[in-house]
Design a binder for this molecule. Sequence first.
Ligand code: MG
Length: 225
Amino acid sequence: MPSLIPIWFDIDGTILHTRAGLGAFQKALFDTYGWQDSFESVVFAGNTDLQVLMDLSRVHAGDENAGLKDCHRLFDCMAGHLDAGLAERPPQMVPGAAELIQTLVEDPQVLLGLITGNARDCAFIKLKHVDLDVHFSGGGFGDQHADRNQLASLAKSQLSEKHVDLAPGWIIGDTPRDIEAAKHIGARCLGVSCHFSPAELREAGADEVVEDLSPNDELMALLLG
Ligand SMILES: [Mg+2]
């Protein structure tokens, strides 16, 4: 019996692009804490929603833990704003991402998952707007831990509890943080060049880099080989 191959996707910059997340975060931040922020001091790419909240808490309240008590209210509120924002401006797909996911879903060897900085509800709202939410269930989400490496560990342990014969698997992501998370759990990383150049992603340790996720023979052999 061949090993099962976990393949975990990041969302933003890997499956899709949207600006709606920033607006939703800003509105929810104001609704929940009364904080107004233009996000000039915050890095979103590769970061978790919890880490962004902690960075903003430091700026607005002088204590990175100040916002944590109400973070569930923040993320609920953000999900509502995000859903409305995406209805107005649908996400744009990363080339080949939908086709790759459809192909992997049909392969009985593959266990699909998510490792994303998005809070869980926000992750599934983004995927719902591109009709891909039904293909995913578990993984690691940005409201579970501020550290992306820990999200990867959570995602891996979910699968290890259910399956004994797991291959190291892959994380597919667009930033050096995705690559770091893959190394953290002994998985390989397929870099998607978008914000970062192929050279930057290779330098950060990506095992392979693509600009288009179309499931050609070469890419499928790499992921499933
Ligand atoms: Mg990303």
